[in-house]
Design a protein around this ligand. Sequence first.
Ligand code: ADE
Ligand code: ZN
Length: 332
Amino acid sequence: MPIPKAELHLHIEGTLEPELAFELAARNGVELPYADTEELREAYSFDDLQSFLNLYYSLMRVLRTEDDFAALADAYLARAAAQGVRHAEIFFDPQAHIARGVPMGTVVEGLGRALATSEERHGVSTRLIMCFLRDESAESALLTLEAARPYLDRITGIGLDSAEVGHPPAKFRAVYEAAAALGLRRVAHAGEEGPPAYITEALDVLGVERIDHGLRALEDPALVARLVRDRVPLTLCPLSNVRLRAVEALEDHPLRAMMDAGLVCTVNSDDPAYFGGYADDTLLAVRGALGLERERVRELARNSFVASFLEDDEPRRARYLSEVDAYTFPES
Ligand code: ADE
Ligand code: ZN
C-alpha cells in the first residue's frame, strides 16, 4: 500500500495518456499525426520546457466536449487513488481550450463532474486551480478570470504556467490582485527554468502562498532563508525536471539539499502521462535515486497535506495527517 499523500502540482491536461488521446481523437474526428499510441509515445523526448509544451498543447486538440474533460479527470483520479493520493489540487489551462473554441463552461462543467464524484468513486478529495498561460498577455488573463466568474464556486485558486523565461510574474499583477479580491487562493510556477528572482517576484508582487517548482531557489541564499522562515511550500516535480532537462539525472536532483536547508518540499507528478510516473511512482523514484530515508518520505507526505488548500479546521486534514503518521513502510 502506497503512503497517503496529496498531489498539489498536477496539470490535468498532462494526464492525457496516448490511449485516451486516440480514443477521443476517433470520437471527435480529430486527425493525429501519429500512426498509433506507440509512435506517439516515441515523441515523448524533450529538450526543454518549450519542446514539451509544443506537444502538450497540440495533443489537447482531442479534448472537445464536457464528456471528454470528465473522462480525462476521472481516469486521472482512478490512477491517483491507486497511488495513495487522498487529496488532489488539479490545475487546468482554460486559455488553451478557449483559443480552440472550447468554452470555459465546457471545461469546468466536465472537470467538475468528475471531481464531484471523486470522493465517492475514488476516495480522493479535490480542488480545482485555474492557471493562466504566462506567454499570453495580461489582458487575456483578465478576460479569462472574467469568463470564469460563473464557475467560481468550483474554483479554489489561480496559478501561472507555460513558458517561464521572459515572462516574469509581475506581468500578472493585476489579475492576481483581482483574483485575491474574489477570495481565490494564489500559486504560481516560478524557478522551474526561470531565475530565483522570479520566485521572489511571485511572492512580493503576486502574493502567492505556494511556489510551483521553485527548483532554482537554492541559487539565492537570502531567498532560501525567507522561504524557510515563512514556511512557503514548494511543489517540486523531480521526474519532470529530468525529462525537461532542468536537472541531468534524478540522482542530481536538489530535493535532499532543499529538505536539509529546511524548505517545505512536496513531491508531485506535474504531467504524469508525459514524464513517466504518477504520484507514488515519482516518490519511489526519488527515494531510490537520492537514498531518502523512510522518515524523509514521511516528511514529504506530511508536507503535502500541510501545504494543501484543505481548510485548517477541516477534519479531513487531521485524518490524512494521522494516516501518514500511522503508515508502516513495507519491508524492502
Ligand atoms: N504546463 C504544463 N506543465 C508545465 C510545466 N512543467 N511548466 C510550465 N507550464 C506547464
Ligand atoms: Zn507544472
